[in-house]
Design a protein around this ligand. Structure first.
Ligand code: COA
Ligand code: AMP
Length: 635
């Protein structure tokens, strides 16, 4: 590992977090500068910048206009699926956000109220998020690829006063009508918002206010037309900025809470030190505002930095072809881009020699950042050779909100090792522990954990559920946060992340819960029991597979094909198309321990062609033998 700037900063962040993060906090405009940096008064609930007050929207927009960036592009919306582009300067975006904040305020939205945002990749989604931040309201964005049941679960938990949506999203092959899905979710949710605001899109306008509902439905444009701009509401550093639901192993999503102060400080710090991006740079993150990568690196970090962010409503391929990213990078002069490895695998599949790149000038591009799933060495090598710039893996999760491990391009670029996201980022005391909670020697595998306290910007708790926060993350090893990933640290201090140790799925960089998919399968009248496992896939990294045991009396041979077709459709309808479940097999039994726990990991190992780890507590080992030909037919 280095002896230079990285090591100095890392050691200071460990030895004197108050000095380190106190200094980083000076990059943020505070209403009341924080009298405290690390607040360790109530472990294991650590807080940052207690006593400080600020407004996140002010830091993302107003102060840049104040400081002379009003005419600089803040947001470039590029939408090949609608054939639209639009650039918002900082002054324009501030105008739009203030007006929309005024519209929300006119509906009674106040500090602390929740607003659910279920929208495609349109500027209004970003405007909605920032308008909430302006009012001190708490947004909760739900990814558009989730179906009504998932949306309903999030609405029930967040209890929003207002829901923002659009009439449709646009996937390359189809227009996805959002309004019927939102109606479906609201009909099944026990919580009723006061208002629903719908952005009409010409590709599929929605019927607004025509149904008899307990909530008022409104047209976005009409509402904004009458709105007065709203000013920033001062909030405490420790007040929530947003809730972002993420998948655990059970079907109940976890509401990750993000605070205002720590988040602003950490993201601003990460932009310069991890990503090497500064004010005025153009930055392109191809993800979705429904994921944490979108929250942090499409919206907040670039705007907190005074950079220009590209909001891309399209895919890496098919909109119209595998040169889509090259066009964006060239057209806007992007200095860095961020996406998931799957996107590059998609490009490679379409254009293996990268011939489409030749038509574009990418001379301003300095770095490609990849995260969201494991960056396989093959994709790393391909992208590096093609682009001729450093390809930088970084590892983190919704819970942390910004990289835990990375090659810190701004602070001190280091040699890259394929297969590793490099080293722990300042503030993260990363350790690999064995089953007894002891650090393992270099090169040995174990559970990747982070010694508490975690740095600013990471989750302080789960929404309304301190208990689940402690039981889910902090109780495995006293004094440590359990990441859920397994891996190792090599003799040079480089981390290698080898995958989840729990049953969380990662499909094309999208985090999904086995529990939700299983709940959808189990709801079928002919299914007695079921299991979902994630199996390795060359393109999406992992894909889900369903295994079901049918109820007694159902003729598997005759009815099986119909039932499995219905099950695939059920998962699409209940969880969403993003679950990408294509294969369900009818089996005669599922392997379990004597206490009834289904051995998903063992099945996963068989499906992936690895030597299965069969626990001694297995109830009936012959079940596994019967499953082998189903799980791995070619073996
Ligand atoms: N709204 C509605 N449906 C959506 C959706 C959205 N926002 N996003 C995806 N879907 C649908 C897709 O249309 C697809 O439906 P289909 O089964 O009818 O084809 C399904 O969900 C699966 O989507 P996805 O996993 O994205 O697969 P894909 O084959 O459509 O695209 C990639 C594959 C690689 C192009 C795409 O996943 C991608 O760009 N991923 C990398 C970037 C990224 O967003 N990472 C997330 C975190 S960084
Ligand atoms: P999410 O919360 O959706 O960002 O998903 C987080 C999970 O994705 C992590 O716990 C990892 O399992 C996986 N992940 C994210 N980034 C990486 C990476 N760079 N390398 C390996 N796995 C990753």
């Amino acid at each position: 590992m280095s002896d230079g700037a990285y090591r100095t900063a890392y050691e200071q962040s460990m030895d004197d977090p108050d000095a380190f993060w106190g200094e980083a906090a000076t990059a943020i405009d505070w209403v009341t500068p924080p009298p405290t940096v690390l607040d360790a008064s109530n472990p294991p609930f650590y807080r940052w910048f207690t006593g400080g007050t600020l407004n996140t929207c002010f830091n993302a927009l107003d102060r840049h206009v104040r400081d002379g960036r009003g005419e600089q592009a803040a947001l470039i919306y590029d939408s090949p699926v609608t054939g639209t582009t639009r650039t918002y300067s900082y002054a324009e975006l501030l105008g739009e956000v203030s007006r929309f904040a005024g519209a929300l305020a006119s509906l009674g939205v106040e500090k602390g109220d929740r607003v659910v945002i279920y929208m495609p990749m349109v500027p209004e989604a970003v405007i909605g998020m920032l308008a909430c931040a302006r009012l001190g309201a708490v947004h909760s964005v739900v990814f558009g690829g989730f179906a009504p049941a998932e949306l309903a679960a999030r609405i029930e938990d967040a209890k929003p006063k207002v829901v923002l949506s659009a009439s449709c999203g646009i996937e390359p092959a189809r227009v996805v009508e959002y309004k019927p899905m939102l109606d479906g979710a609201l009909d099944r949710s026990s919580h009723t918002p006061e208002s629903v605001i719908v952005l009409q899109r010409p590709q599929a306008p929605a019927a607004i206010g025509e149904r008899d509902t307990d909530w008022e439905e409104m047209d976005w444009a009409e509402l904004v037309a009458d709105a007065e701009p709203a000013d920033c509401v001062t909030v405490a550093a420790t007040d929530p900025l947003y809730i972002l639901y993420t998948s655990g192993t059970t079907g109940r999503p976890k509401g990750i809470v993000r605070d205002n102060g720590g988040h602003a400080v950490a993201l601003r710090w990460s932009m310069g030190n991890v990503f090497g991006v500064g004010p005025g740079d153009v930055w392109f993150t191809a993800s979705d505002v429904g994921w944490v990568v979108g929250h942090s690196y499409i919206v907040y970090a670039p705007l907190l930095t005074g950079a220009t962010t590209v909001l891309y409503e399209g895919k890496p391929v098919g909109t119209p072809d595998a040169s889509a990213f090259w066009r964006i990078l060239a057209e806007y002069g992007c200095s860095a881009m961020f996406t998931a490895p799957t996107a590059y695998r998609a490009i490679r599949r379409e254009d293996p020699d990268g011939t489409l790149l030749a038509a574009y000038d990418l001379s301003r591009l300095r770095t490609l950042f990849l995260a969201g799933e494991r960056l396989d060495p093959d994709t790393y090598e391909w992208a590096s050779a093609l682009l001729g710039v450093p390809v930088v893996d970084n590892w983190w999760q919704t819970e942390t909100g910004w990289p835990i491990a990375a090659n810190l391009r701004g602070l001190e670029p280091m040699p890259i090792k394929a297969g590793s996201p490099s080293v722990p980022v300042s503030g993260y005391a990363v350790e690999v522990l064995d089953g007894a909670g002891h650090p393992v020697p270099a090169g040995e595998e174990g559970a990747i954990c982070i010694k508490l306290p975690m740095p600013p910007g990471t989750l302080p708790t789960l929404w309304n559920d301190d208990e689940r926060y402690v039981s889910g993350y902090l109780s495995a090893y006293e004094g440590y946060y359990l990441t859920g990933d397994g891996g190792l640290i090599d003799e040079d201090g480089y981390l290698f992340v080898l995958g989840r140790t729990d049953d969380v799925l990662n499909v094309a960089g999208h985090r999904l819960s086995t529990g939700s998919i299983e709940a959808a399968l189990a709801g079928h009248p002919d299914v007695a029991e079921c299991a979902v496992i994630g199996v390795a896939d060359d393109f999406k990294g992992q894909v889900p597979r369903g295994l079901v045991v049918l109820k007694g009396g159902v003729d598997a041979e005759a009815e099986g094909p119909r039932i499995t077709r219905e099950l695939v459709q059920r998962v699409r309808d209940e969880v969403g198309p993003v679950a990408a479940l294509k294969q369900v097999d009818v089996v005669s039994g599922l392997p379990k321990t004597r206490s009834g726990k289904i051995l998903r990991k063992t099945m996963r190992e068989i499906a992936d062609g690895r030597t299965p780890n069969v626990p001694g507590t297995i109830e009936d080992a012959t079940v596994l033998d019967a499953l082998k030909p189903v799980l791995r037919p070619d073996a």
